[in-house]
Design a binder for this molecule. Structure first.
Ligand code: UDP
Length: 394
């Protein structure tokens, strides 16, 4: 079989680009995946009790991109959260709405003080606006300073130390900026129009996407088993390969980390099944922002809507705790998050330059591009790359 394109990795980036090249481009596409399943880190499955769990931590699809929503809707129906995705932080005995918003403000301060602070926040930043914590901290108004300090200490400092091993000052502002202070009474974690998960799970959505006569998926196969990367060419099964290669894996590992390892954060997931209906009072995600060694606990029946919808019967409830640590590259470890800073970016670029010498070699995804993509942005980027490649073949 000759393939017009080879896609390395069957996560969201690889699966979307493969489907487009196969369907719209009429190309024969080989997808190589090193794990024994498709879906990348979106992969989900039912556990022994029938609870649908996300094997690699909670994944919530959210978007304002109508095109991406429509596209993925070809492969799945959705369970859209009636109230949007909501998160609380466990602080002392209380649960605070996250992102910190005007509801949180009124929970933290007494009525009179909260009303005063609310007026000041609205005057300063404008109603409905989003203010990153690192921005709020720059205010020289003592009242706003006090709020900023509260949010910094109770929401960001400990959680960020656990997640990144660094303080909020040390990490990229882009990262803490993902969860800004909201000058509104909006308890939703995301402000996007569509928020939810595939009705029957992510894995069936990926199965439908990759189910196309022009797509061949090889699981349990490392890219390097089939491909040899040379200075200016690629060999496929030992022979020169002229087609497109879309690589979605970790770029340093493709080059045996010759310039040193790209730093990533990894996670250990600790799953627990409980013979009770409810563990965290109907909250799908509780962040532990001031205590514990784990960052958050996800209770899957609420994340997936499984019990609410009632279409997949299950007994009890399953939770997962997330323990972050520095990725070392050891067997079995998974790199989840690029650590965004100038030094790491410069190292990344040394590897990127190597790939530029290879014709038709494309980098796509969180790992291959060393970026913090959300699922919808990833799907968008994959759709756009596929269009470029299809246009170029004409
Ligand atoms: N963050 C935090 N406390 C929270 C939520 C988020 O300190 O309660 C910070 C933390 O540094 C985290 C970042 O904001 O890594 C981005 O959070 P997000 O929920 O987007 O992370 P993800 O779900 O992608 O792991």
């Amino acid at each position: 079989m000759t393939y017009d394109a080879i896609v390395i990795g069957a996560g969201i980036a690889g699966s979307v680009v493969a489907r487009q090249l196969a369907e719209r481009g009429g190309q024969q596409v080989l997808v190589i995946e090193q794990r024994d399943h498709i879906g990348g880190n979106c992969y989900d499955r039912t556990d022994e009790a029938g609870v649908l769990v996300h094997e690699y931590g909670p994944h919530i699809f959210h978007t304002n991109d109508e095109g991406v929503y429509e596209y993925l809707s070809r492969f799945t129906e959705w369970y859209l959260y009636p109230q949007g995705h909501q998160v609380v932080a466990k602080v002392g005995d209380g649960l605070l709405p996250i992102p910190f918003n005007l509801n949180t403000l009124h929970q933290v301060y007494d009525e009179k003080k909260a009303a005063e602070l609310e007026r000041k926040l609205i005057e300063t930043y404008g109603e409905g606006n989003r203010v990153p914590i690192m921005e709020l901290k720059k205010s020289d108004d003592p009242d706003i300073q006090a709020i900023a300090q509260f949010v910094y200490e109770n929401v960001f400092l400990r959680y960020t130390m656990k997640q990144w091993g660094q303080t909020p000052e040390e990490i990229s502002p882009e990262v803490t900026g993902r969860v800004p202070v909201l000058i509104s009474y909006d308890n939703r974690y995301f402000q996007d129009k569509y928020q939810g998960v595939p009705l029957d799970g992510f894995t069936p959505m990926f199965e439908a996407m990759l189910n196309h006569p022009n797509i061949t998926v090889k699981l349990h196969t490392k890219a390097t088993e089939l491909l040899t990367i040379q200075e200016q060419a690629v060999l496929f099964e030992g022979k020169p390969y002229e087609g497109a290669i879309i690589f979605t894996g970790a770029l340093d590992e493709l080059y045996d980390c010759r310039f040193g390892r790209l730093p990533y954060r990894s996670l250990r997931f600790d799953f627990e099944h409980l013979e009770t209906e409810d563990y965290q009072q109907k909250h799908s995600v509780v962040n532990y922002t001031v205590s514990e060694d784990f960052t958050r606990i996800t209770e899957f029946v609420y994340l997936t809507g499984q019990r609410e919808i009632g279409h997949l019967p299950c007994a009890g409830t399953t939770i997962v705790r997330e323990y972050p640590f520095a990725y070392s590259g050891a067997d079995g470890e998974i790199p989840y998050y690029a650590i965004l800073n100038d030094e790491n970016r410069a190292l990344y670029e040394k590897y990127e330059v190597l790939t530029k010498a290879i014709p038709h070699f494309y980098l796509l995804g969180r790992l291959a591009e060393y970026k913090y993509y959300n699922m919808d942005a990833m799907a968008r980027r994959a759709l756009d790359l596929a269009e470029e490649l299809i246009a170029a073949q004409k």
